[in-house]
Design a protein around this ligand. Structure first.
Ligand code: FES
Length: 473
């Protein structure tokens, strides 16, 4: 029994020329008349790609979603989207996030879909899919691909990204041989899934869950854990229910309260600074005003709880065993909008009320947080008149107020060419500054002319740089 007519009936329910064509061509895939009996059509938007290494297992995940859709009486139809792989795509996957959002939006709108399951993983694929779904506003549920297992090299646990930089520094310093460096390479990424630190992929998966766009517990289940495939099946089943009920639609989930909840979680987990860019873009799609000041406001009143790299000691697999996002949100409940709607059909408070924390060294309690304030701060100053974001949870405390001579590079190419030059006037107090972040002539950071930035100061609420003056006032 449907609460409202299904969109797909405009394609498959017609007894005219168009209906004939829609059914006939679909039958070319081997489907019988049964699939046109009025059951909801569930799209599975799949960002699978072998070029997006973090999403390379999503075809198997899609099979589990289909199992759920069939078992709940729906008709699953999987379709590809463009895919953005953070590591292999140049010059940067960020260049294509909005293109992917448009791809997802237009496919959902143009095809006979009554609900959609969004399969994402790598950094930009999650926000792009959420943005597209928000604009199309057809019932949508997200399922992320999950993090890789913890990296392990000899007796050491390796976190993607975080430890890559450290190992490379060790190699450049000659403290690691080329053989050792190569050996670590296969030990860091040893399963399917996205980066297993709290980088952008894990953060955006956490944001999707905190916003109410995934089933409870989605973000931290490792990619290879059987429970991710079980959750995929349940997501497929839930999509059928949402299609029959006509919702909730993204516009009913992505409310101002949901964004507040996500920002609180972002601050509590010390999430990626990129999440702010993506949340602001998503809020724009959802029609929710979200100024940068709101992030700072909530950061000041949200404790930082999660001891996961790059802000802490553990990795995403440990986070999963400790209770994942539900445990964090349960701790934060007094600060959250508990009545916010979610794709489960229940409120956030109902979803996480019984969540347990199994390791208080990984997820600290709200009474004994790692820090009383959130992981990110919003900075303003003459270097960033429109505001900038700093991840204070990952910074060495002594660097939060810092004075040092600036070493200025023209751009990335200049930095790479000179960074190992023994004659570079640099010491441990130096601040490395790029005058331009893109290729020559590309829009990027403003140029400061001939006068080099001579010093920088970052504090909780301000960041100032003065050109051509030394020492800092
Ligand atoms: Fe895809 Fe890190 S490269 S999440």
């Amino acid at each position: 029994m449907t609460a409202q007519p299904l969109r797909s009936r405009n394609w498959f329910g017609r007894q005219d020329l168009d209906g004939f064509a829609h059914r006939s061509w679909t039958k070319s895939e081997g489907f019988s008349d049964v699939v046109f009996d009025g059951r909801p059509v569930i799209g599975i938007a799949n960002s699978w790609s072998e070029l997006t290494t973090c999403n390379a297992h999503l075809r198997q995940v899609a099979d589990a979603v289909k199992r759920g859709v069939w078992s709940a009486g729906g008709f699953p139809m999987e379709f590809p989207t463009i895919s953005l792989g953070e590591v292999l795509m140049k010059p940067t996957a960020m260049l294509f996030r909005n293109l992917m959002a448009m791809d997802v939006e237009e496919c959902i709108r143009a095809y006979p879909l009554d609900a959609v399951v969004l399969l994402s993983g790598c950094d930009k694929t999650t926000p792009a899919m959420l943005m597209g779904a928000a604009s199309a506003d057809v019932p949508a549920i997200m399922l992320t691909g999950g993090p890789m297992l913890n990296g392990r090299w000899r007796e050491e646990e390796l976190g993607s990204g975080t430890d890559l930089w450290r190992l490379w520094t060790e190699r450049r310093a000659g403290r690691l041989t080329e053989e050792e460096f190569c050996e670590a390479e296969s030990c860091m990424s040893r399963s399917s899934g996205h980066c297993m630190v709290m980088g952008t992929a894990s953060t955006m998966a956490s944001m999707a869950e905190a916003l109410g766009m995934t089933l409870t517990g989605n973000a931290a289940i490792p990619a290879v854990d059987a429970r991710r495939y079980a959750l995929a099946e349940l997501s497929g089943r839930r999509a059928v229910e949402m299609a029959l009920a006509g919702g909730p639609r993204p516009s009913q989930v992505l409310t101002a309260e949901a964004f507040d909840n996500a920002i609180r979680v972002e601050m509590a987990i010390g999430g990626s600074t990129n999440a702010i860019i993506h949340l602001v873009a998503l809020a724009g799609r959802a029609g929710v005003p979200l100024p940068l000041a709101r992030f700072d406001e909530l950061s000041r009143t949200t404790p930082f709880l999660l001891n996961v790299r790059p802000s802490g000691k553990y990795l995403m697999e440990d986070f999963f065993y400790a209770g994942g996002i539900p445990a964090v949100m349960r701790s934060l409940l007094p600060l959250l909008h508990g009545q916010a709607a979610t794709v489960t059909g229940k409120t956030i408070a109902e979803n996480v009320r019984n969540a347990a924390c199994w390791n208080e060294d990984v997820i600290r309690s709200i009474e004994v947080p790692i820090s009383r304030e959130g992981g990110l701060v919003i900075l303003t100053g003459n270097l960033c008149p429109d505001g900038a974001v700093l991840k204070q949870s990952a910074a060495s405390p002594h660097l939060l107020t810092h004075r040092g001579k600036a070493v200025v590079f023209e751009d990335h190419a200049d930095l790479h060419a000179r960074i190992d030059d023994p004659s570079l006037p640099v010491d441990e107090t130096s601040v490395l500054v790029l005058k331009r972040v893109g290729p020559k002539g590309a829009p990027g950071m403003p140029e400061w002319g001939a006068a080099p930035i001579s010093c920088g100061t970052a504090t909780r609420s301000s960041w100032t740089c003065r050109a051509g003056r030394s020492p800092c006032a």
